[in-house]
Ligand binder design. Structure first.
Ligand code: 13P
Ligand code: SF4
Length: 367
């Protein structure tokens, strides 16, 4: 399904008009609708969110409103798909702009992963490989994982989920983010040079020899987030030179060298909590998407908070959820019309649900 152009009435709408119409539509719908907002959404969206959170928290929040007929997910496509999979059939999940995808999720597709699994089977025993997909992936990849007794993970519970996987097998195939996979493996005590190989989907055997595959514990898909790839060692060094007391706080989608130099790393919710709990007067350089960093700076004027990257780095796909799209979807619901429903067919949803349920079962407690 593709995003249709907005009707002209919405396309030219200013923020103030959108805000008052969104409020009115939400009031008219009452408990029939729940609006979820990922931390990377702009302030003009977050102000209407009933819950805000990271991918893990929002996946749980989506399932905690059985009274709501509609869940309007202000985030990206894979998040809305996960919410649909985790909620009963009578609840309708809506993504205000269907063009809000994730370029990292697009770096692994079903056919590539299926071919990878087949090639791995030619050099090693795939019964001993546990597939782990980052939640930033399409529903059919979550289904692929569920069918092979693997798990989904998020940046909140990656160490716990991968730890569980290694109790159930000898190797992990981790996709699509090589950086989260590598950072997680290092956190669990593995050597990134010896214990990990990168799987390039455009090369035979991912660009590896059979021996390297057999020796490795982690097979990391060659994917990355273009927002988090922008953070560099030089930026961390520059922040420390300019602010000797700075604490550096980054998302684990950043490269290993950056994560190693940082004082803390974790999901967007972890970043938010760390800042909330920080002492007044402290200074923070944050390596994640700019909407979250700017909001934290605004909400915590007693702390000095800035983005590690001086050139701002928004997630262009998250940014596609413009208030006019939210207004359009909500006003259609008031008028009795559902637009932009995200519906995963049950044949895919059932095995994907198994992998998501495994993620929720391992939780975050062993982290
Ligand atoms: P979080 O689960 O940490 O919110 O991450 C989602 C994401 O897409 C980060 O780029
Ligand atoms: Fe995807 Fe990166 Fe945007 Fe997160 S920040 S939604 S990983 S492109």
């Amino acid at each position: 399904m593709y995003q249709q152009p907005l009707p002209p009435e919405y396309a030219g709408m200013g923020d103030a008009e959108a805000a008052s119409r969104i409020r009115a539509a939400k009031q008219a719908l009452g408990s029939r609708v729940v609006v979820l907002g990922h931390h990377y959404q702009r302030d003009e969206i977050i102000e209407h969110a009933d819950h805000r959170g990271d991918s893990y928290k929002l996946a749980k929040d989506a399932g905690s409103h059985p009274e709501a007929e509609f869940i309007v997910f202000c985030g990206v496509h894979f998040m809305a798909e996960s919410a649909d999979i985790l909620t009963p059939d009578n609840q309708i999940v809506i993504l205000p702009n269907l063009a809000a995808g994730c370029s990292m999720a697009d770096m692994a597709n079903f056919f590539q992963v299926k071919r990878c699994w087949k090639e791995l089977g030619e050099v090693t025993d795939t019964d001993r490989i546990v597939p782990v997909t980052y939640i930033n992936s399409a529903a059919n990849l979550k289904a692929f994982v569920g069918e092979r007794d693997g798990t989904v993970c998020t940046s909140t519970n990656a160490p716990t989920a991968v730890g569980w996987a290694l109790e159930n097998g000898d190797k992990v195939l981790f996709f699509p983010d090589q950086h989260l996979g590598r950072n997680t493996g290092v956190r669990l005590g593995f050597d990134p040079d010896h214990d990990m190989v990168v799987w390039d989907p455009f090369k035979p055997l991912g660009g590896n020899t059979p021996e390297r595959i057999r020796d490795a514990t982690f097979i990391l898909w060659k994917g990355h987030c273009s927002v988090h790839k922008r953070f560099t060692v030089e930026q961390v060094q520059a922040a420390r030179a300019k602010h000797p007391d700075v604490r550096v706080l980054v998302h684990p989608e950043c490269e290993l060298e950056v994560v190693r130099l940082a004082d803390h790393n974790g999901s967007t919710e972890y970043i938010l909590r760390t800042i909330e709990e920080a002492e007044p007067g402290t200074t923070w350089a944050i390596g994640t998407e700019i909407n979250l960093v700017s909001r934290l700076a605004k909400e915590h004027p007693d702390k000095t908070i800035f983005c590690l990257d001086e050139q701002i780095c928004p997630c262009s796909t998250m940014y596609r959820i413009h208030p006019s799209f939210l207004c359009w979807t909500l006003e259609n619901l008031v008028a009795g019309r559902v637009v932009n429903q995200v519906k995963v067919p049950e044949a895919v949803a059932a095995p994907a649900r198994k992998a998501l349920a495994q993620m929720l079962r391992v939780g975050v407690s062993r982290d």
